[in-house]
Design a protein around this ligand. Structure first.
Ligand code: ASP
Length: 339
């Protein structure tokens, strides 16, 4: 790891006004383009998210996680540190929450320690939105139950752009919508309980991609068709025409009844395996938000094969989180100056 280098000149996108990142459903396509382009620029400036810059030095990021996390928590911490910020780690076990303190009081206590961003993950949908109303600092949603996981949606879209766009896709004039509008991208699996699915669906729709929502009828509502998405219940019906497959984990921890007869039957119908790969487009991209369950939604030969970009997604997580922290801090500082 290099020592920290001087902050490079980086132009703040004039259209970016948000002080919180709560979901992708309410972001416009130019805002999505701004955050994705900033992520790509920061990835380049940090040598693939490895070098440190001093863009956010003097600021502090608190991780307030009430659910398990490997990738997201470490990725937010690394993103903050790569841009020179300090980090505070909070875990609900062993904290005052166990003594009866409310979620909002805990968050306000952490904020009072001089924190600039609170990154939160909670099993209840809407908790980041509640914090955004209660706190003065910026709030980032790192997953609110089955609702949304906006940085996961962004890192997935960034990975598609990097693999399918020209190398100069962030240059003025090259636009994410133009690159995505001809593409067919399927979200496959447990749509009902997946925040990753929802963030991808809204982000990809805003950027003009053709999104197919595929999974067992018990996990894919036909309501999606009413709002303009293609719904499929058999992976075999769509695999030949997809440019990207994003394979979701079955969220057993959020299910109260069993939505299909057996995991073996699920895998037979929905797992991406060698046989389905032979019927797919030659340049298909295989994605998964992780953690993956080998043999359920994806077989090892596909997960570790040449079409898989699963580990690139992880690296891009740091890039989009650096961009989110930097953009929210910029919007926050501008708003405080104008008050
Ligand atoms: N890591 C993602 C999430 O937190 C996906 C998953 O858990 O399956 O939602």
């Amino acid at each position: 790891m290099d020592t920290m280098t001087e902050a490079p000149p980086l132009t703040f996108p004039a259209i970016w006004r948000h002080q919180n990142l709560l979901d992708l459903e309410r972001l416009r396509s130019d805002e999505l383009q701004a955050i994705l382009a900033t992520a790509q620029t920061l990835k380049n400036l940090t040598d693939g998210c490895r070098r440190k810059l001093s863009l956010l030095s003097g600021k502090t990021c608190a991780n307030l996680f009430f659910e398990n996390s490997t990738r997201t928590r470490n990725s937010f911490s690394l993103a903050a540190k790569r841009l020179g910020a300090d980090t505070v780690e909070f875990s609900s076990s062993g904290s005052s929450v166990a003594k009866g303190e409310t979620f909002v009081d805990t968050a306000k206590t952490i904020e009072a320690m001089g924190v600039d961003w609170v990154v939160t993950r909670h099993h209840t949908p809407g908790t980041p939105h509640l914090l955004a109303r209660e706190l003065k600092c910026s709030v980032l949603n790192a997953g609110d139950g089955p609702h949304e996981h906006p940085t996961q949606g962004l890192l997935d879209i960034l990975t598609i752009l990097q693999n399918r766009g020209p190398s100069d896709w962030t240059d003025p004039g090259v636009n994410a919508s133009e690159l995505l509008s001809g593409m067919t991208i399927a979200m496959v699996g447990d749509i009902a309980h997946s925040r990753t699915a929802r963030s991808n669906i809204w982000g990809l729709k805003a950027l003009g991609a053709h999104v197919i929502i595929c999974g067992p009828p018990t996990l894919v509502s036909h309501r999606w068709e009413e709002i303009g998405f293609e719904v499929a219940h058999r992976l075999d019906d769509i695999v030949q025409r997809c440019d990207v497959l994003n394979l979701l984990r079955i969220q057993f921890e959020r299910q109260y009844t069993r939505p299909f007869p057996s995991v073996r039957e699920y895998a037979a119908l929905y797992a991406m395996n060698g046989d389905r790969m032979r019927r797919a487009k030659e340049d298909i991209l295989i994605m998964a938000p992780g953690p993956i369950n080998r043999g359920v939604e994806i077989t090892p030969e596909v997960a570790d094969g040449p079409h898989s970009v699963i580990l690139e997604q992880v690296t891009n997580g740091i890039a989009v989180r650096m961009a989110a922290l930097w953009l929210l801090a910029g919007a926050h500082d501008r708003a405080s100056k104008s008050n």
